[in-house]
Design a protein around this ligand. Structure first.
Ligand code: UD1
Length: 429
């Protein structure tokens, strides 16, 4: 199993290009199931989750081609992926696949909407809480699907097609909003999705669906109005930049007291996080081509935060912010309100010398002057990158095990950080 070795203490300086958003690319790829035409996606990140989803979609009959690098394209440019689901050959998503990536559960709605039936295994994914799918199933039932649970599978049927309806989501859920949207666009009549997630990745999916011929109003708000159409057609869509990757590298620059330009980052996608970083003493300069993050000489101040659905502070940046707070002056309170059990990085950060006390859903982080390198283990996608952030600032060598979690969501992380002066390498085997 690969490990990552970091020798900390170097200031990050340079430019990091921001990849396409994993959390947008996955639902966009899944949307290809809704049409027999070709959906062309540009700026798709090169990630293990994207490769795995391509295999899963391949099982359903989607033809996928990845365009080669063209002249003039830079290494950091994302790939162009063409997906054609001319014929759905299998409406079953088996346990072996869905258990490896929770987002693949979202094939349920488009398969059901297009074929009138789908059998999808209950999901797995990061071990960050129980992560049920009740909201997804309630939404599909509201649109007229018959849902049965059998042997760990969801069996959904709507032989005469889905019918538009009111879909009140009891809790804000990104995945349930994706599923509701993909079901509603091909349903007969109008659907109102209430309490929809407002995450930019949901808006990106909705915009792509509109480019495919769907009729959706209220994009970017918590009420989505969908007028069903009988079929969708092909389209070309560019995946929006990854706000979580952006925030992660911003915190990496901040902890090392460096200066990094995040090329292609969009500040409007993470206002709350940038405000918080400013409050810690980091300088942020927003421009149309990216975001410059610098901390030249000044110390870091502790800030307190609570994770919230968009536009609040994202749960996917909680572990990274906690790593930063490990070296801030004072005590910071980090409250996780989206997922239970999303503090697995705490004990690993403690191995590096962090002072963190857990009280229910809140972590109290008291900054220390120095972190020290140690052997640590990645436990989930975002937790693993918090260990990299802490390792960059720690004295001596940090060895991170189980980095496959990292490869699911961060493209060429050693290369991107290495280019800015970090001593970081991958040890194979
Ligand atoms: C997505 C993101 C993930 C992010 C999360 C919250 C992708 C691939 N993943 O995950 O990175 O951390 O949004 O921003 O885009 N819930 C229920 N019942 C349901 C569905 C969800 O109770 O049927 C709960 C969850 O347990 C959680 C909360 O709702 O407490 C939010 O989860 P949700 O937004 O659905 O997360 P995902 O879509 O799985």
């Amino acid at each position: 199993m690969d490990r990552i070795r970091i020798v900390g203490g170097e200031r990050l300086e340079g430019t990091i290009s921001i990849s396409g958003a994993k959390n947008a690319a996955l639902p966009l790829m899944i949307a290809s199931l809704l049409t027999s035409d070709t959906l062309t996606l540009k700026n798709v990140p090169r990630l293990a989750d994207v490769t795995l989803l391509a295999r899963i979609l391949g099982n359903h009959g989607v033809d996928i081609t990845v365009a080669g690098k063209r002249a003039g394209q830079r290494n950091g440019d994302g790939q162009t992926v063409k997906l054609t689901a001319e014929e759905i050959v299998d409406t079953t998503a088996p346990y072996e696949m869905v258990a490896r990536m929770r987002a693949s559960f979202w094939v349920l709605a488009p398969l059901l909407a297009r074929c009138g039936e789908a059998k999808v295994s209950l999901p797995g994914g990061c071990a960050i809480g129980t992560r049920p799918v009740d909201l997804h199933l309630a939404a599909l039932k509201a649109l007229g699907a018959q849902i049965d649970l059998e042997g760990g599978y969801v069996i959904a049927r709507a032989p005469k097609g889905l019918t538009g309806n009111r879909v009140p989501l009891a809790k804000v859920s990104v995945g349930a909003t994706h599923n509701s949207l993909m079901a509603a666009v091909l349903a007969r009549g109008d659907t109102i999705i209430e309490n929809a997630a407002r995450e930019p990745e949901v808006a990106d999916l909705a915009l792509c669906l509109v480019e495919m011929g769907a009729k959706i109003d209220g994009i970017g708000t918590s009420t989505l109005l969908v007028e069903g159409v009988t079929s969708l057609h092909g389209a070309e869509h560019t995946v929006l930049p990854d706000r979580i990757e952006t925030g992660t590298y911003a915190m990496a620059a901040a902890i090392t007291g460096g200066e990094v330009f995040l090329d292609g980052a969009r500040a409007d996608l993470l206002q709350e996080a940038l405000q918080l970083l400013r409050a810690t003493g980091v300088e942020i300069v927003e421009s149309p081509s990216g975001i410059k993050v610098s901390r030249n000489g000044g110390g870091l101040s502790a800030v307190s935060v609570e994770t919230q659905p968009f536009p609040g502070f994202p749960t996917d940046l909680q572990a990274q912010l906690m790593a930063l707070m490990c070296m801030a002056k004072g005590t910071s309170q980090v409250r996780e309100t989206i997922f239970e059990n999303r503090f697995m990085h705490v004990q690993e950060l403690a191995r590096l010398g962090a002072r963190i006390e857990l009280k229910g859903d809140t972590a109290l982080v008291t900054g220390v002057n120095d972190l020290r390198g140690a052997q640590v283990m990645a436990t989930d996608l975002r937790a693993s990158v918090s260990l990299i952030i802490a390792g960059l600032a720690a004295q001596g060598e940090t060895l991170i095990g189980r980095v496959y979690h990292l490869d699911r969501g961060f493209e060429r992380i050693e290369e991107k950080l290495g280019q800015c002066g970090a001593h970081i390498e991958r040890l194979s085997g």
